[in-house]
Design a binder for this molecule. Structure first.
Ligand code: SIN
Length: 565
């Protein structure tokens, strides 16, 4: 297949029945959205934070391992940079990584000052552990394996402390449907579907001088993922439809050790943190042999693409649908103290890590690509910013280093808040009115949510950790068939909007996955099993043109990531 897909400008939705105005709308309430909103509030008069369900429901809450930062006096940002670049397999933006690792330690200390309680050494220092791809202990964690939950708790508590402040408004149960654009193409707000009471209920418009997307990832595009049900790529799809450049979408990270609950198990699956291997657990095959030893100098703690690939190779060679993680030697007392949530969840599901091998297999975990931004979080569309997993800052390259995602959300949220506040103070980012929906391009035929499982199977078969020209073409054709289903098949509503977002992102992802004829990062191209720097040391971006066709933009890795604002 040589053509790219054609996407509509917007999802079919009722006309907005209400309007609210703010200086900035922040969409999403993980570490990125909460940090950005709290910091903006210090300098901007009217901040509106909207979130799809409740404040704590996003991916941050589920982060087990921790947050990576060079906090140990023996460690340095330079070493953190080196490990990040190796994991990113040649496609990181070095300046973005430098920003991440140099600003990271201070941002983590600020998080501590805000109230996040990390696990401590007896002497009081933050306890640091190691995960795959790190050559030093630099992962701060909380509640053993509940780091994201603790960070989320601390940020939500800080938000609740200021919620009476008229400068910040929070709306929960607000799904972003599309972005509003002005006549010059700048983003000037978003349409939202709110399940609320009183005036703000149903579809409405939130108008603003800037919109910050912090909507997380797209894990629900695959049959099995570690992402929560809300991760349906809503912000990323809306940005793509509004003309923002989306980059490196083919680089999906598959976490090596996700508890295997059987072939038919779909949706969010239990993650067994890499930190379990960091503490000494190891992988074995059906003969009990440690297959990561000899494959990489870091063995079971190699970067996660290497480990996932090792697992897939063994599964292929030995006809298995999973391998096993052996943590028994760590002992019940240690496991229960260090990994209370993981142990409890495993036991709930009938597996005891202290006495049994755990069945594990790779599952979707993280979108390394997303809406492309520069170092200030600006996208290619004026007025639109992106932060956290929805974004592509270039810090992850082809594969994210463990525990760099919370850090990315934190560091770039600060930068975005500062940039937006500076620009508003300087009179930039004027108030703009949206163009009428009728004249602003085509409206999508919606995909009924009954097609979601079929779509997920298509993506898993076609664009999973093992892919080829054949599998990606098949995926493109199957997705095209879904996009061409007869008009009027589905009623507007959250489930159909989400499913249509997954379709649009699937079409974009499959296009880039098909084009990249090499093996790099989180996946293997079985028909091009080697990394090919001669032809593929580049980022693939996609932009929706005014005619609706997606245009592919290749950019050498030597050019910085960046918006064109
Ligand atoms: C894990 O705990 O293994 C996941 C951490 C991450 O994705 O960075």
């Amino acid at each position: 297949m040589s053509t790219t897909p054609r996407l509509p400008r917007r999802l079919a939705a009722p006309a907005p029945g209400w309007t609210v105005e703010a200086d900035v709308v922040v969409v999403g309430s993980g570490i990125a959205g909460l940090t950005c909103a709290l910091r903006l509030r210090q300098r901007v008069d009217r901040v509106l934070l909207v979130t799809k369900t409740v404040l704590s429901a996003g991916s941050t809450q589920w982060a087990q391992g921790g947050i990576a930062a060079a906090l140990d006096p023996e460690d340095t940002p330079e070493e953190h940079l080196e490990d990040t670049l190796v994991a990113g397999v040649g496609l990181c933006d070095v300046e973005a990584v430098r920003t991440l690792v140099t600003e990271g330690p201070d941002r983590v200390r600020e998080l501590v000052a805000l109230g996040a309680e990390f696990d401590r050494e007896p002497g009081g220092d933050i306890k640091l552990t190691r995960e795959g791809g790190h050559h030093r202990d630099r992962i701060a964690h909380a509640g053993g394996d509940a780091t994201g939950a603790e960070i989320s708790r601390a940020l939500i508590a800080a938000l609740r402390a200021v919620v009476d402040d008229p400068g910040i408004e929070v709306v929960e149960h607000a799904l972003v449907v599309d972005l509003l654009t002005a006549a010059d193409g700048a983003v000037c707000g978003a349409t939202l579907h709110v399940i609320g009471e009183g005036q703000i209920d149903g579809v409405g418009a939130a108008r603003a001088r800037a919109v910050v997307l912090a909507t997380g990832g797209l894990g629900q595009i695959y049959t099995s993922t570690t992402n929560p049900p809300v991760a349906t790529g809503d912000g990323m799809a809306a940005a793509l439809r509004a003309g923002a450049r989306v980059t490196d979408l083919e680089f999906v990270q598959f976490h090596p050790t996700v508890l295997f609950l059987g072939e038919g198990s779909t949706g969010q699956q239990p993650l067994i943190s890499e930190a379990v291997r960091g503490e000494g657990a190891f992988l074995v095959d059906d003969r009990g042999e440690r297959f990561m030893v000899g494959r990489h100098e870091l063995a079971d703690l190699a970067p996660r693409d290497v480990v996932a690939r090792g697992i897939l190779a063994v599964m292929g060679e030995r006809g298995l649908d999973h391998v096993w993680l052996d943590a028994r030697h760590l002992g019940a007392a240690f496991l229960e103290k260090r990994f209370p949530s993981i142990v409890a969840r495993c036991r709930e599901l009938g597996f005891d890590p202290a006495t049994e091998l755990l069945p594990v297999a790779p599952a979707q975990h993280y979108a390394s690509g997303g809406v492309e931004t520069d170092l200030r979080g600006r996208t290619s569309v004026e007025g639109l910013y992106a932060c956290g997993e929805v974004s592509c800052t270039g810090v992850h390259g082809a594969n994210r280093l463990a525990s760099n995602s919370l850090l990315e959300g934190l560091v770039f949220a600060h930068r975005i808040a500062d940039d937006v506040a500076d620009r508003l103070a300087a009179g930039e980012l004027p108030t703009r009115g949206p163009v009428d929906a009728e004249v602003d391009g085509e409206t999508a035929v919606l995909l009924d949510s009954s097609h979601r499982i079929g779509l997920q199977r298509t993506m898993t078969r076609g664009c999973g950790p093992l892919r080829s020209a054949d599998s990606t073409v098949r995926a493109q054709l199957e997705l095209e068939a879904l996009a061409d289903l007869p008009t009027g098949a589905a009623e507007p509503g959250p489930r159909t909007w989400e499913t249509t977002n997954l379709l649009h992102l699937g079409q974009a992802l499959a296009t880039l996955a098909h084009r990249r004829e090499e093996t790099r990062g989180g996946h293997v191209r079985t028909d091009h099993p080697e990394r090919d720097d001669e032809h593929w040391l580049l980022h693939q971006g996609l932009v929706r043109t005014p005619s609706g066709w997606l245009e592919v933009l290749d950019r050498p890795v030597s050019e910085p990531m960046g918006g064109t604002q």
